[in-house]
Design a protein around this ligand. Structure first.
Ligand code: KDG
Ligand code: MG
Length: 472
């Protein structure tokens, strides 16, 4: 299973010439009626999108642009990342996207190399929406986390190209700034309440105004979000995971449901009212359990309670709503735009927190955000360490350009990761921001990436005390 550190799609000029032939055949079929009726129009779209970009796409006197190469770089500086680099006919003009799907990195890399790259060579990179539609609907077997992560990687690289070509940061292309920065939250976790409190105090000293708090549950082996209580333990856990099969944590709802409200009682008593507190249930609860937790947390005024339910059970959010005024966030496991619709349009949540890297990139996110705006739902895009800097950059470009931004989850990447993938958002005084660098503002160093070969790694799994499988 292990692969070399850095892999390229191997689809270059030869693939481009090959596709040109197929597209020419397509054109001749489409133009069979020989006129400028419906078929003639289709012919011109296919021609513009799939081959040369001639007559469509480029504007403002710029010459037509084509995609010449799609490179897929798999690297593991501290953890695995999949980077997509799309080159164009303009010398030095390329885009960098992120297609990292934690635990299934090679599935996405192969999808990109084997199936998607050949479709991109020769296309006009400026036709982002058309390319999105073509890659989403084209394969017939649409959707799923692997394909949507691959699509996001391409989408980000294309927005990067468009921004670089325009000489503008992507947020300008999305309509320009609506705010000076994106309110950020970080994580505090620990083996007991005092350790979580220490972590929260450190975050506040660093400038954070919002902190997500997770605590180990007494009597249970491993609890989501607490492995990083001490940096050394987190590193050890990650290495162990890379060397072996998935670790198994134990989950029981009863101690979890009684411990979490006491954690927040402790934090409010020690930290006061000013800091915003959040908690991630990580899709572990049944509806009535989630309703109880949301109600029990009401006195501690959470900014939001995250991902209470498994992603399949959208209508069950109604039950939680009926019992509590704790604000709800949901969505990091969604990989379809349509997953978001019932929750937003029925106002069953307050924050939609899709992962831009798994739902199809900026092109998808701006639609989710626009729908959410109409129903007074705000955004809280997923921002964990297991998606790469280009996705974090994309998060913030969207955050600072939409009217209904809520909050942004953030991480600090270790220096070794930044050696390979540079750029990405900056943090200051509680807010994230992106620079005015044209495009997304990230780059990849392929030579350095080769120093860090891919290492197979699994997310943990969970079981109940009786041995049955539970959600991690
Ligand atoms: O790969 C899984 C992580 O992205 C996820 O566990 C992180 O839940 C998460 C969060 O809210 O950051
Ligand atoms: Mg989460």
């Amino acid at each position: 299973m292990d692969r070399p550190s850095s892999e390229s799609s191997g689809v270059g000029r030869r693939g481009f010439l090959g596709l040109g032939g197929a597209a020419a055949l397509g054109r001749s079929l489409l133009s069979h009626d020989g006129g400028w009726g419906r078929h003639g129009f289709l012919m011109s779209m296919a021609s513009a999108a799939e081959t040369s970009g001639s007559g469509a796409g480029s504007s403002g006197g710029l010459p037509p642009l084509k995609i010449t190469d799609v490179r897929v770089i798999v690297t593991c500086p501290d953890r695995n990342y999949v980077v997509v680099k799309i080159s164009t006919t303009e010398a030095g003009l390329y885009g960098v996207g992120d297609a990292t799907l934690n635990g299934r990195e090679l599935a996405v890399a192969e999808d990109l190399k084997q199936h998607i790259a050949p479709l991109l060579i020769g296309r006009d990179p400026e036709q982002i929406e058309d390319t999105w539609q073509y890659l989403y609907r084209g394969p017939y077997w649409r959707g799923g986390p692997v394909q949507m992560t691959a699509l996001a990687g391409v989408d980000l690289a294309l927005w990067d190209i468009k921004g670089k070509r325009a000489g503008m940061p992507v947020y300008q292309l999305l309509g320009g700034r609506t705010r000076i920065g994106a309110l950020a939250y970080t994580h505090a976790s620990g083996r007991d309440f005092a350790e979580v409190e220490d972590g929260a105090r450190r975050a506040i000293e660093r400038g954070f105004k919002c902190v997500r708090a997770q605590v180990a549950i007494p009597g249970l082996e491993g609890t989501y979000g607490t492995a990083g209580a001490k940096p050394a333990e987190a590193a050890a856990g990650r290495v162990a995971n890379m060397a072996s099969l998935p670790q198994t944590e134990v989950f029981e709802p009863a101690p979890y449901l009684s411990t979490v409200p006491r954690l927040f009682e402790h934090l409010r008593a020690k930290l006061g009212q000013e800091v915003e507190l959040l908690h991630d249930c990580h899709e572990k609860l049944d509806p009535i359990q989630a309703a109880r937790l949301a109600r029990d947390l009401e006195p501690y005024h959470l900014f939001f309670l995250e991902d209470c339910l498994r992603p399949e059970y959208k209508e069950s959010f109604r039950l939680i709503r009926e019992h509590s005024t704790t604000p709800l966030a949901m969505g990091e496991l969604f990989n379809s735009l349509w997953d978001c619709v019932p929750l937003i349009k029925e106002q069953l949540i307050d924050y939609i927190r899709c992962d831009l890297g798994h739902i199809g990139g900026i092109t998808a996110a701006r639609k989710v955000a626009a729908l959410a705006e109409l129903f007074q739902v705000r955004t809280a895009w997923h921002g964990p360490g297991d998606i790469g800097p280009p996705t974090h950059a994309a998060n913030v470009h969207v955050d600072v350009s939409i009217p209904n931004f809520g909050i942004q989850e953030m991480v600090f990447f270790p220096d070794v990761a930044r050696e390979v993938i540079s750029g990405g958002p900056e943090f200051e005084d509680g807010y994230m921001n992106v620079s005015d660098t044209p495009g997304l503002g990230c780059d990849v160093n392929e030579e350095v990436a080769k120093k860090y070969p891919y290492r197979r790694s699994y997310l943990p799994t969970a079981r109940r005390k009786d041995g049955s499988v539970h959600d991690w």
